[in-house]
Design a protein around this ligand. Sequence first.
Ligand SMILES: CC(C)(COP(=O)(O)OP(=O)(O)OC[C@H]1O[C@@H](n2cnc3c(N)ncnc32)[C@H](O)[C@@H]1OP(=O)(O)O)[C@@H](O)C(=O)NCCC(=O)NCCS
Length: 145
Amino acid sequence: MIEIREIKSKDTIPIRSEILRPGQNLDTCIYPHDDDCTSFHLAAFSSGEQTSIASFYLEIHPDLEGSIQYRFRGMATKVAYRNQGLAGALLTYAFEKIKALDCNVVWCNARVNAIQLYMKMGMEICSDEFDIPGIGPHFLMKKEF
Ligand SMILES: CC(C)(COP(=O)(O)OP(=O)(O)OC[C@H]1O[C@@H](n2cnc3c(N)ncnc32)[C@H](O)[C@@H]1OP(=O)(O)O)[C@@H](O)C(=O)NCCC(=O)NCCS
């Protein structure tokens, strides 16, 4: 059974490190604004084990319209738990929460491998491809509420 819960920023570090920053210093797993009062962090739990995470920040993208925008980053699911709907369930929960905060737009810099999933979540690509050094090609994606 999948359960989505809010977690503390420090509890994102193990999966961020394992999946998103393997082999890098743990300092690189702490993101700007992690502990702002408007930020929140979600995890999906499968049979009690934390298996997927993402973090959400009140942040305006300069190329997007909308006075209240949320950005998400640090979306990651442990390898053994992929393709079971965990990230999708987490994002569904998050988008409902963000909508309730009167947010106009949710956006992210999407890694290429996550684009299909984000499109299924109702997001659209709204930039050309750009490179994030050390990570690879990305596209800006957004969903308007
Ligand atoms: C991208 C990532 C977070 C997706 O996590 P996930 O938990 O596997 O995502 P989901 O299971 O919700 O969806 C993944 C795919 O499985 C499919 N799926 C969903 N539920 C499913 C189920 N019950 N059975 C089989 N497939 C299912 C989805 O439709 C989706 O297919 P798509 O990629 O063709 O759109 C994960 O692959 C990951 O951690 N990748 C490495 C880090 C990364 O790139 N993060 C994104 C940063 S922008």
